[in-house]
Design a protein around this ligand. Structure first.
Ligand SMILES: Cc1cc2nc3c(=O)[nH]c(=O)nc-3n(C[C@H](O)[C@H](O)[C@H](O)COP(=O)(O)O)c2cc1C
Length: 376
């Protein structure tokens, strides 16, 4: 029995958010006890396994393609911990230009029968300046790319051009500290209830962030940082590809390098949880197992469209070696996990990393990277 499965019944007696804070406190302690945390959670890998896990994506070197999804470490407080448990990278944030407390509590809920969560955190974070300072002060783990996810400040009065300026301000502070930046245009928990996934809103936003990126790249000693756009899950597995194709084309035209697929879903499709419980929870983004097939379908579509010309990070419902490898062979260069960690614990990262090597080798590939997109 793993440490986490022994503790899970106790953690699950707490509300989802209290359990998250307890986990963060334990993580802070664990991070200070680096070698012990490594010993407990990091997978033991042979040199051959390590070689098979390495990949080069967006011009960056990754020791492992398994990363931590946005939302888990919004304020970049546990970057060394993610490295210690065996992840190859993390995406911190979402961070917004202004700090925000987010929505009133309760705002996060577990659906154990579905292996899912519903959250309406509302982009609570310490704000771009403070998070930038924190990452700047950090002794960064070597060979561990840090992605920074940016979103608009949770304030419905910040609209239109002011919304774009808000993203640009975050980019100005945070870009010097990130190896890649993710533009969160698909958060379903915005104060105004709207996302930026509308071509008219998306194009000027990506262009403005890319302009700030290019301005900074021209400064002495700096280089260009890849921008990725984070998309929503499609409404169904066999979705109408027209609207998403428009977003893909516009994003690339306006300066994005690739995509993160996907964010949480605002619908309640395919759930076992009783309707009365869902009604009592109310609004929020659905994550975990119920979004798995739709997120996978979008990764497959992106891969077919892009044919390996732009990086894809696959996220949504990955909670096992099988679901992770499925995402890889469908076209994800890298994968990320959030909800799976809540249900399975931090050992999941190492378990998936080891399992990916085995699965790729069983299919005759020398590395996990060689298996990317092999079954599209
Ligand atoms: C509690 C919670 C908070 C999240 N916060 C963010 C966020 O701030 N920014 C973001 O881009 N995604 C956020 N996400 C979405 C995750 O990054 C991920 O895209 C989604 O949960 C699907 O992956 P999963 O099924 O592995 O959880 C959040 C998810 C959860 C469960």
């Amino acid at each position: 029995m793993s440490v986490y499965s022994a503790l899970r019944p106790l953690l699950f007696r707490l509300s989802a958010e209290s359990a998250h804070h307890a986990g963060m406190r334990a993580g802070r302690i664990g991070q200070r006890l680096g070698p012990i945390t490594r010993g407990l959670f990091r997978p033991r890998l042979s040199e051959a396994d390590r070689t098979a896990l390495r990949s080069r994506v967006m011009g960056l070197e990754f020791e492992c393609p398994v990363g931590i999804a946005a939302g888990l470490d919004k304020n970049a407080e546990l970057i060394p911990l993610w490295n210690q448990i065996g992840a190859g990278f993390c995406e911190v944030g979402s961070v917004s230009a202004r700090p925000s407390d987010g929505n009133p509590k309760p705002r996060a809920f577990r659906l154990p029968d579905d292996g899912a969560l519903i959250n309406r955190m509302g982009l609570n974070n310490h704000g771009a300046e403070r998070v930038a300072r924190r990452i700047g002060d950090l002794r960064r783990p070597k060979g561990f790319p840090i992605g920074i996810n940016i979103a608009k400040t949770h304030d419905p009065s910040i609209l239109g051009q002011a919304g774009i300026d808000d993203f640009v301000e975050s980019t100005r502070h945070l870009l010097p500290h990130g190896d890649f930046v993710v533009i969160n245009v698909s958060c379903p928990n915005t104060a105004e209830g709207k996302t930026f996934e509308d071509p008219e809103a998306l194009a000027p936003l990506v262009r403005a962030v890319a302009t700030e990126r290019d301005r900074q790249a021209a400064l002495p000693g700096r280089s260009s940082v890849p921008l990725l756009v984070k998309l929503s899950p499609p409404p169904a597995v066999d979705f109408d590809t027209g609207p998403v194709d428009e977003l893909i084309a516009l994003s690339l035209e306006c300066g994005a390098a690739g995509f993160v697929a996907t964010n949480t879903a605002s619908d309640r499709q395919g759930l076992q949880t009783a309707p009365a419980k869902l009604a009592s929870i109310g609004k929020g983004g659905l994550s975990g197992r119920p979004v798995r097939e739709r997120s996978l379908a979008l990764v497959k579509h992106l891969r077919r469209r892009l044919e390996g010309s732009a990086p894809i990070i696959g996220v949504g419902g990955i909670d096992s070696v099988e679901s992770a490898y499925d995402r890889v062979v469908s076209g994800a260069d890298l994968i990320e996990i959030y909800t799976g960690l809540v249900f399975e614990g931090p050992g999941l990262v190492g378990k998936i990393a080891k399992g990916l090597v085995k699965a790729a080798q069983a299919d005759g590939f020398e590395s996990v990277a060689a298996a990317v997109g092999s079954r599209v």
